[in-house]
Design a protein around this ligand. Structure first.
Ligand code: 5AD
Ligand code: SF4
Length: 469
């Protein structure tokens, strides 16, 4: 194994980037405003927070709208085809805006840029793009931007180094809740998934660095932290002996941060130690996102998931026995190559058996370079679309039933904002991960409010304030 410490980017290298930030700040023709358009997962959302932090240090203000900005960055996703198409469509649209406003600078970053051949494509076909970089190059954005602004050609950096960046400036979206990345990349190579190719090998941040970041957030008034990684359960690989995800949860729990959540887990790595930690850490919220992908053993094998239905259900039952009432959510793919009607029925029966609080459902999307894209028997789109509709209908029926267990119980809601449906209501997330709406005003945003759940309306829990706060 390579030396993990050598991959950490901090100290001198970050200092160098800070010097570039100063240089950009002093360029007379630099952009004054920026706007980041983010596609995809929480990892990308958090990367966008880092970009905003660096751009502010370079003296730029955030524009509410991409049309008002003179620097627009597309932080892209390529997990499924539709996210990729939307990003490219929007980049092309911006080209028209650029024709009217030649000062406009355009950058593209994130997973899509890191696909094989994309860098060349950008240089040849998308010549109006000023700057393109991959996820692992993000920390070098100040230097790349400086070059893009001072040299008369596009700057493209996608060489993937498995780095672990520390100490980047960050501009967080919320004051009350914050993301903390604990590991980067993925080693699992599920046969349908492009992530290991674009985000590189698994690497974990040092536990002390994570704890320091969490402590600073706690001191700044953050009530909830969300730990991020493609497979947080395998946190610690390559670090010193004993650095496990369960251990990290215990250390964070001891600090007394009010709410701790995490995303995403892999069923094959869900250890007894972690289940025990879920039961004993009182600040770790009773919720678990456990992607199943399929309910059929043969399809799971073809997906290279390294577990079967029985193992998945065993883990889930143990979680439910340890944390009664725990909120369970999942990801499911329909119409994986070769999936028969009977095999799809196994997914339906699993959804019926588990009763998820919510499920993200996807039609399989072939990703170039992955094993599944080369498999025979790709499923026709009309069959795929009919299957996903049946799955969604079934999940919705069960979701309602699963929610009923919260009726007449107490929940604590971290209020996220005003409700979209009413001016006198606010909404937020309960400890189990479900959305709750209650009467309130802007003053409640960022507060944790105890409520009694009284009804379910439009798939949302409705709560009445309790006065024991
Ligand atoms: N097609 C459809 N869904 C996919 N996912 C990942 N790759 C693909 C693909 N090629 C889904 C998985 C994963 C979620 C983040 O995206 O369900 O858990
Ligand atoms: Fe993709 Fe599988 Fe890794 Fe998740 S665990 S990012 S689905 S390869």
């Amino acid at each position: 194994m390579t030396d993990r410490k050598a991959q950490t980017v901090s100290g001198e290298q970050m200092e160098e980037q800070r010097l570039y930030m100063e240089q950009v700040r002093h360029l007379p023709d630099r952009p004054r405003t920026f706007h980041v358009v983010t596609y995809g997962c929480q990892m990308n959302a958090h990367d966008s927070e880092y970009m905003a932090g660096m751009l502010k240090e370079m003296g730029m203000e955030e524009a509410a709208d991409r049309e008002e900005a003179d620097f627009v960055i597309f932080n892209t996703c390529c997990v499924r085809d539709n996210a990729e198409r939307r990003a490219l469509g929007n980049v092309n649209w911006l080209r028209q805006v650029q024709k009217k406003n030649p000062r406009l600078k355009i950058a593209v970053c994130g997973c899509m840029v890191q696909q094989p051949g994309m860098a060349e494509k950008i240089l040849k076909q998308y010549r109006f793009i000023d700057l393109a970089f991959g996820t692992a190059n993000l920390y070098r954005m100040p230097e790349m931007l400086y070059r893009a602004l001072t040299e008369d050609h596009a700057v493209v950096e996608v060489d993937q180094k498995d780095v672990v960046p520390e100490d980047m400036p960050v501009q967080r979206l919320r004051q009350d809740a914050a993301y903390i990345t604990i590991m980067y990349g993925c080693d699992n190579f599920c046969s349908y998934c492009v992530v290991p190719y674009v985000r590189g090998r698994e690497r974990s941040r040092d536990m002390d660095a994570i704890l320091r970041e969490a402590e600073a957030l706690q001191k700044g008034g953050v009530k909830e932290i969300m730990l991020l990684g493609q497979n947080v359960n395998s946190y610690g690989k390559g670090l010193e002996e004993g650095a496990t995800f369960a251990k990290l949860l215990h250390r964070l729990d001891d600090m007394g941060i009010e709410r701790i959540r995490f995303m995403t887990s892999h069923p094959k790595d869900l250890s007894d130690e972690l289940i025990e930690a879920m039961g004993s850490c009182k600040h770790v919220l009773p919720q678990f996102h456990l992607p199943v992908q399929s309910g059929n053993d043969e399809i799971l094998k073809q997906m290279n998931r390294h577990y079967d239905r029985a193992h998945y259900l065993d883990r889930l039952n143990k979680l439910r026995a340890t944390v009664p009432g725990i909120g369970i959510t999942t990801d499911i793919i329909v119409a994986f190559p070769g999936e028969t009607e009977e095999q799809f029925q196994d997914t339906l029966s699993l959804v019926e058996q588990v009763e998820y609080d919510s499920a993200f459902t996807f039609v399989y999307s072939p990703r170039s370079g992955t094993r599944a894209a080369k498999m025979d028997c790709q499923i026709p789109p009309e069959v795929a679309s009919e299957r996903i509709q049946r799955l969604i209908a079934l999940q919705e029926a069960h979701q309602r039933h699963a929610m009923e267990r919260f009726l007449n119980t107490r929940e604590e809601v971290l209020v996220e904002g005003l409700s979209r449906r009413s001016e006198t209501a606010v909404s937020g997330k309960g400890r189990h991960g479900l959305s709750v709406t209650l009467e309130g005003s802007g003053e409640d945003v960022g507060q944790i409010i105890p409520v009694q759940i009284t009804e379910i309306k439009n798939n949302t829990l409705i709560g009445q304030r309790l006065t024991d706060a």
